[in-house]
Design a binder for this molecule. Sequence first.
Ligand SMILES: Cc1cc2nc3c(=O)[nH]c(=O)nc-3n(C[C@H](O)[C@H](O)[C@H](O)COP(=O)(O)O)c2cc1C
Length: 202
Amino acid sequence: MEALDKILGIKYSVILAPMFLVTNEQMVEIAVKSGITAAIPAMNFRNSEHITDFITGLKEKTIGPFGINIIANRSNTKLQQQLEATLKNPPAFIITSLGNPREIIKQAHDKGVKVFCDVTDLKFAQKVEHLGADAIIAVNSQAGGHSGTIPRDELLKKIISECNIPVINAGGVANSDELKDVLNAGAAGASVGTVFIASKEC
Ligand SMILES: Cc1cc2nc3c(=O)[nH]c(=O)nc-3n(C[C@H](O)[C@H](O)[C@H](O)COP(=O)(O)O)c2cc1C
């Protein structure tokens, strides 16, 4: 299975994870310049036009890929505006969380944007694979924020053995040894949040 560095053309297979009201524009910029990638929640912007402005501004400052995180369930009443604003000047990828990502995948793929979907169990992983997701983000019980219920190694093994698209680990990775552990277990990369809260930019 192709690793994240090859999928996105980056140096290290790590995503600075989207964190509601935590991941900020400076963090994304520094992450991309450092050779990883990053995603920021669409919800972190006061209105949808700011999403387009952010993407346009960052594309002018960096050459690396980055993404926008969109909540895909009904609690997100701004979903359609956020998706349109994201796809106006598209980033490299979208991370979906919760809900059914069918429409996001369809519209993103029409614009050549990859879609990585957060899941917490095999059933949801198979669902998003079937819908055409480009990668699965396996959110385990060690993840901060919207965590899953299944421990890291168990969830990775379960999803990697049953799915045929890249699987990115989320949760339980905060240093290089833990990154190596999940890569050795067959993950395509790691989405890492909590440890970056200690960064100067945050
Ligand atoms: C403070 C905080 C806020 C988060 N907010 C979001 C969010 O808005 N959307 C989302 O998909 N995941 C969110 N997450 C989950 C992260 O994207 C990621 O899966 C998680 O941080 C990985 O685990 P780690 O924190 O142990 O590295 C959040 C995590 C944290 C710690």
